[in-house]
Design a protein around this ligand. Structure first.
Ligand code: ZN
Length: 184
């Protein structure tokens, strides 16, 4: 049996939001809450009475705000990917680390100093830099992360883990580049 291709939903602003099962996408289309952007070249959806083009990308008619609770929790796997597996202090890639060194989650404002475990306060640091910075604030240690920490978008997390259709990719990638931006 062939795997059902999921449908990519874009916000009214064309920003990619999430993937849903194709049947869910059809419901949104039939209720005119969304419109078709891309369809599969050959696949069709059949119901008892009708046949529909297979929606690969749809766009919501009205803009939706994304509630806080749908945002991703901090995890080292995504954090390191966000920071391109590179220590944000010394600039070394994980492949350049010495045998006993490793990448770690570093709190820019240390927990002991009132910092919190949020995307905006965590950065990737090699164990040596993390140890050196210790519980100091950036200006005390004179160590500033090369990129300003930010929260990765949900869609970026999907890209990190799952394969997507070639027709869906162009709708996601420009936003991933924005999300994974370097701003210093
Ligand atoms: Zn380092």
């Amino acid at each position: 049996m062939m795997l059902m291709q999921q449908t990519l939903i874009l916000n009214a602003s064309t920003e990619p939001l999430t993937f849903v099962p194709v049947k869910r996408a059809l419901v949104l289309l039939l209720k005119e809450k969304a419109e078709i952007v891309e369809t599969h070249v050959s696949k069709r959806i059949r119901t008892e009475k009708k046949e529909f083009p297979y929606p690969l990308v749809i766009r919501l008619v009205h803009y939706v705000e994304i509630p806080r609770r749908f945002r991703a929790l901090v995890s080292n796997a995504v954090l390191f990917a966000r920071d391109h597996h590179t220590c944000q202090y010394c600039g070394r890639h994980k492949h350049d680390l010495k045998k006993k060194e490793r990448l770690t989650r570093e709190h820019v404002k240390p927990i002991s100093r009132g910092g919190v475990d949020t995307w905006e306060n965590v950065t990737t640091a090699c164990s040596t830099c993390n140890h050196k910075k210790s519980d100091k604030l950036p200006y005390e240690a004179r160590m500033y992360p090369k990129t300003t920490p930010f929260e990765p978008r949900y869609i970026a997390l999907v890209l990190l883990s799952e394969s997507i259709d070639e027709k869906q990719r162009p709708y996601i990638e420009p936003f991933v580049k924005t999300a994974f931006r370097t701003c210093r």
